[in-house]
Design a protein around this ligand. Structure first.
Ligand SMILES: CC(C)(COP(=O)(O)OP(=O)(O)OC[C@H]1O[C@@H](n2cnc3c(N)ncnc32)[C@H](O)[C@@H]1OP(=O)(O)O)[C@@H](O)C(=O)NCCC(=O)NCCS
Length: 161
């Protein structure tokens, strides 16, 4: 794999809106088209195509908003999708580490993510990527946090979801 994050452009926007998730995963994340629309009116949003060479294999959107009144929204992953046929190959972890790298570059020590619990959901993935539940819930979702520095050793995938 030759993974990299790329800016969203007129060249890749259609591929970004067309790649499928696995059946049932749509309930855990908003469509990419919604994220791109939100990013266009949110200056703090950081949307990126996840590319393997010239192919779009996913989408990640971070938010870097140091003045947000909610600490949970100052630095973190807002959306993350990996194309159905590319899941389980390390693409999601790559995107998390790239967001961590950008967060560090901006001087952040900690990053957050919100996830929905449920069968087929992303909880085990985020635990494997080193996020730990803070004990807070926002909008009915679990708030997880991790250092932007630590290698993603993660929690063994034993937590019930
Ligand atoms: C969640 C998602 C982004 C994971 O992407 P991915 O590319 O398949 O994940 P990776 O291959 O990078 O996996 C990283 C680690 O998490 C583990 N993992 C990933 N999904 C898992 C799952 N459903 N259950 C258990 N472990 C999982 C992998 O086994 C791997 O573990 P390792 O540390 O032993 O290597 C992807 O499944 C997805 O797009 N889901 C639908 C959208 C979604 O829920 N997004 C999150 C919204 S907050």
């Amino acid at each position: 794999m030759n993974l990299k994050l790329c800016e969203v452009t007129s060249q890749n926007v259609h591929a970004l809106m067309e790649f499928p998730l696995r059946p049932g995963q749509e309930r855990f994340v908003a469509p990419v088209a919604n994220s791109i629309a939100e990013a266009s009116v949110t200056p703090t949003a950081w949307p990126r195509a996840i590319c393997d060479g010239d192919d779009v294999v996913g989408f990640v959107m971070a938010n870097f908003d140091p003045d947000n009144e909610l600490a949970a929204f100052r630095c973190g992953i807002w959306r993350l999708h990996v194309s159905a046929d590319q899941q389980g190959r390390g693409v999601g972890r790559f995107a998390v580490e790239e967001v961590a790298r950008e967060a560090r570059r901006r001087g952040n020590e900690q990053m957050t993510v919100l996830w929905v619990q449920g069968d087929g959901g992303p909880e085990q993935f985020y635990l494997r990527c080193g996020f730990e539940p803070t004990g807070e819930r926002l909008f009915g979702q679990i708030l997880g946090a991790r250092s932007t520095h630590t290698a993603a050793t993660g929690t063994p995938p034993t937590r019930a979801s």
